[in-house]
Design a protein. Structure first.
Length: 201
């Protein structure tokens, strides 16, 4: 069994409004991500919200996702992951960490990452794809963290984030190359958002 942790607690300071509620193809970002995770067959799903939780829940209706709130989102991504892990099933063998500002990742990509994990359960699974700007491989999300590495998520310095966990000397990494370049798209600013919209025009 695997749990999905959907991180949607970021301050969205550069965007100027909650990224979880940005619209794409008629649905808000967080619904796109949750729908793709559901399509991948992951039944235990936790959405981690932040200060905009009331606004998000007024516009988005969870479809089986458990919801928790990071009361101190300024502490960074790792603090949100800890909040999600606290609500995830105690029986999970691993945790897929998903970002709410990646709505365009194909459901098939989630399925490929999940299938790859089944053969690499002792490793942190990280997808990577070719970066158009320099034709080099770049790692992206979602990643899968095995339950054996869960403690590292609580031991790591908050200011180091997930990088500290994925680069810890005790962990094994299994890279999976995928064609889906959306795994490396960052949507942090209005310009990034407009770029996503233009790609659909």
């Amino acid at each position: 069994m695997l749990s999905a942790i959907i991180l949607a607690a970021g301050e969205s300071s550069r965007m100027g409004r909650p990224k979880a509620l940005l619209q794409w193809r008629g649905k808000c970002f967080i619904e796109h991500v949750c729908a793709s995770v559901r399509a991948a067959g992951i039944e235990d799903r936790v959405a981690v919200l932040g200060r905009a939780s009331a606004e998000i829940l007024a516009a988005w209706v969870p479809a089986g996702e458990k919801v928790t709130v990071n009361l101190k989102p300024e502490n960074g991504q790792l603090s949100s992951l800890r909040a999600g892990l606290g609500l995830a099933s105690q029986y999970s063998e691993a945790f897929m960490v998903c970002l709410t500002d990646q709505p365009a990742i194909l459901p098939e990509t989630y399925k490929k990452i999940l299938a790859f994990w089944l053969y690499h359960k002792d490793s942190i699974v990280i997808p990577r794809t070719i970066r158009p700007s320099d034709s080099k491989l770049k790692r992206g999300h979602p990643i899968i963290i095995p339950a054996a590495c869960r403690h590292l998520c609580f031991e790591g310095p908050l200011d180091k984030g997930l990088h500290w966990v994925t680069h810890h000397p005790s962990v094994k990494i299994a890279d999976l190359e995928v064609a889906d370049r959306e795994i490396i798209r960052d949507i942090d600013t209005p310009e990034d958002y407009q770029s996503l919209l233009r790609a659909e025009a």
